[in-house]
Design a binder for this molecule. Structure first.
Ligand code: PEP
Length: 264
């Protein structure tokens, strides 16, 4: 677990037009060093993916889409397919709480998008997590179970080894309640996610799958989440738009890796 790369993903949500996005990349490039053990992924709006794919230093950054449609082509006005973005991105965020809450994405739609991403050679960053109400009702494990099992149900265990799962409790996301999540509670949820993967797809897959934490992560608390057992990185929203905070979060990842014993 410890010799794995740490993944730091910045979800820019629906912010920044083309020139603002380009400027932010420029500023991040000045501040973020290349590091083999930390993978930095930027998820700008769909509109800016193409120009940014030409601009980014690929030794420093990879690109992710924030969403795409599961059909490859057809009369789906307004949508963009995974096959259309496959040359531009390594990753695609799927099932983000904004999609589930504002756009009513069902468990089955998320499943079809995960399958479409894999079919097109794009690594899904599958977001799962419970609402505040579900948490208060003690339904966190059930929600994780249902979201995971449905989303992954059309994949083989080999496919799943490449999936990234982001545990993002909705109550902790800045757009919603933005409550501070206790790292110990997050460690338990991450453990439960790996346990579920083990039950469904076996021990090796549960070890190989990458699990991130996301929910109001900033430069002050990133380290506490990155240090959690079984946590492979963070998905950062609001703080990823800030060219001081996001590089500082990436720095926390470097520091943590440097402090770890090499074969631990
Ligand atoms: C997100 O949008 O995935 C997210 C975690 O947002 P924030 O960090 O702003 O809570």
């Amino acid at each position: 677990m410890t010799n794995r790369k740490i993944l730091v993903v910045g979800n820019w949500k629906m912010n920044l037009d083309t020139s603002q996005a380009s400027l932010l990349v420029h500023r991040l490039e000045e501040r973020i060093k290349t590091h083999r053990s930390v993978e930095v992924v930027l998820a700008p709006s769909l509109l800016t993916l193409q120009p940014l794919s030409l601009q980014i230093d690929r030794r420093k950054f990879r690109l992710s889409a924030q969403d795409a449609y599961f059909k490859d082509e057809g009369p789906y006005t307004g949508e963009v397919s995974f096959s259309m973005i496959r040359e531009l991105v390594h990753y695609c965020i799927i099932g983000h709480s904004a999609r589930r809450v504002y756009f009513g994405e069902s468990l089955e739609t998320v499943r079809d998008k995960v399958q479409a991403a894999v079919r097109n050679g794009i690594t899904p960053i599958l977001c799962i997590g419970e609402t505040k109400e579900e948490r208060n009702l003690g339904e966190t494990k059930q929600v994780i179970h249902d979201q995971l099992t449905t989303a992954l149900s059309n994949l083989t265990s080999e496919d799943i080894q490449n999936v990234v799962i982001a545990y993002e409790p909705i109550w902790a996301i800045s757009t919603f309640d933005g409550e501070v999540a206790k790292p110990d509670d997050m460690a338990k949820a991450i453990k439960y996610i790996r346990f579920q993967i083990k039950e469904l797809y076996g021990e090796q897959t549960s070890k190989d799958v990458r699990v991130l934490y996301g929910g109001s992560v900033d430069d002050h608390d990133a380290r506490a989440y990155l240090a959690l057992e079984g946590c492979d990185g963070v998905l950062v929203g609001a703080a990823s738009l800030n060219y001081h905070q996001f590089p500082a979060i990436v720095d926390s990842a470097y520091q943590l890796l440097n402090e770890r014993p090499k074969n631990d």
